[in-house]
Design a protein around this ligand. Structure first.
Ligand code: DGL
Length: 361
């Protein structure tokens, strides 16, 4: 029985008031979470293996985006997350058409005021290529972060869940605005232009070997130490909004005793551009120079890149680019040089103009 009703009533009211005001203060103090859309494309991060120790020989692109999100409930602590399954493929099957579909969806979403950032889950095999393509065609300063996994979701010490958590945290961070398209793998932040997959299977595979990664994600926070010096996103001259396809550009790999057979086949198949991934500083074997020169004279743009992976391919170094009317790839590896050349060819076939682009992006 309540023998002292007024006193107890006051106590109840006072307690409710304290709880209410502390809740209001707590809500006011809690930072507003950013809205992040996860665009899922497949890959190992969505892969499953036969057992917990299966880290090779698993099936990529089997888990849908909603299950990826459900598997990491901690995402809700760092962002308001929604998911879209754009496609579900192993990324060795990525195509120009996939890239155009993905890029157009990214630009539509980022133009919406209710989207603060995007995470793209992706197979690691071509993740660096998709990242660089988007770096050149996304028309927003809002964060776009690509993420994958080197081990399937079913494996012991699967790296996908924490990679995904870090990527969403980064995409929701004000620090990531204006930094260009980013790659978040293994607690590290990389610039799309310079990162590469450097190991076939280990979790530390993604590296920016010499030009330097941008920072870390640690203790639920991104730490940036560098920014990209090359133009990207809103500062590029490329617009894919009305494109339904991209010019065909192929890569010829250089090696001792190579001949022009592969090059001639690419030209005969209609390549509009050729990336010559030469030995050393983009060297050209004597046997292939006549075919390269003839292709150029027929309008095909030739870019001298290197299979080496690091360093500058210098203009007029191992070949007289001025005389041959070729382009030097600067520090882009062959697969990224191909992406820039494809986009360049949507604007011009002039190799001097294209050389400017290779020094700009
Ligand atoms: N099939 C490869 C891919 O989808 C698996 C590699 C991975 O995603 O880590 O890129």
């Amino acid at each position: 029985m309540l023998h002292h009703k007024p006193a107890q009533f006051f106590t109840v009211v006072a307690t409710m008031f304290v709880l209410f005001t502390s809740n209001v203060r707590a809500e006011a103090a809690a930072p507003k979470l950013g809205n992040v859309t996860i665009l899922a494309t497949g890959g190992t991060i969505a892969g499953t293996g036969a057992s917990s120790t299966t880290t090779i020989g698993y099936t990529a692109a089997t888990v849908g985006v909603e299950r990826l999100i459900q598997a990491v409930p901690e995402l809700a602590k760092v962002a308001n997350v929604t998911g879209e399954q754009v496609f579900q493929i192993a990324s060795e099957n990525m195509s120009n058409e996939h890239w155009l579909t993905l890029a157009k969806r990214v630009n539509v979403l980022l133009a919406q005021s209710n989207v603060d950032g995007i995470v793209i889950t992706h197979g690691t095999d071509t993740l660096e290529e998709t990242a660089y393509f988007l770096d050149l065609v996304v028309k927003s300063k809002k964060p776009v972060v690509l993420v994958g996994a080197m081990r399937p979701s079913t494996a012991l010490s699967a790296d996908g869940p924490l990679n995904l958590y870090n990527a969403v945290l980064l995409a929701a961070s004000a620090d990531a605005v204006g930094k260009g398209v980013l790659v978040a793998m293994n607690d590290q932040i990389h610039a799309a232009r310079d990162v590469s997959k450097t190991n076939t299977s280990t979790p530390d595979s993604f590296k920016t070997t010499e030009l330097g990664m941008l920072g870390y994600i640690q203790g639920n926070k991104p730490y940036f130490y560098h920014v990209s010096s090359r133009k990207h996103t809103t500062d590029t001259e490329f617009d894919i909004s009305n494109l339904q396809s991209l010019p065909q550009v192929d890569i010829v790999y250089g090696y001792a005793n190579m001949g022009p057979a592969a090059l001639n086949a690419f030209i005969a198949a209609g390549a509009k551009g050729i990336i010559h991934a030469g030995v050393g500083d983009g060297s050209l074997a004597h046997k292939v120079v006549p075919s390269l020169s003839a292709a150029r004279k027929q309008g095909t743009v030739i870019v001298r890149a290197s299979r080496v992976g690091q360093g500058i391919v210098a203009r007029n170094g191992e070949a007289n680019d001025d005389e041959l009317d070729f382009v030097a790839a600067d520090t882009l590896n062959p697969q990224k040089a191909r992406i820039l050349l494809m986009l360049a060819l949507t604007k011009t076939g002039n190799s001097k103009e294209i050389q400017r682009m290779f020094y700009t992006y």
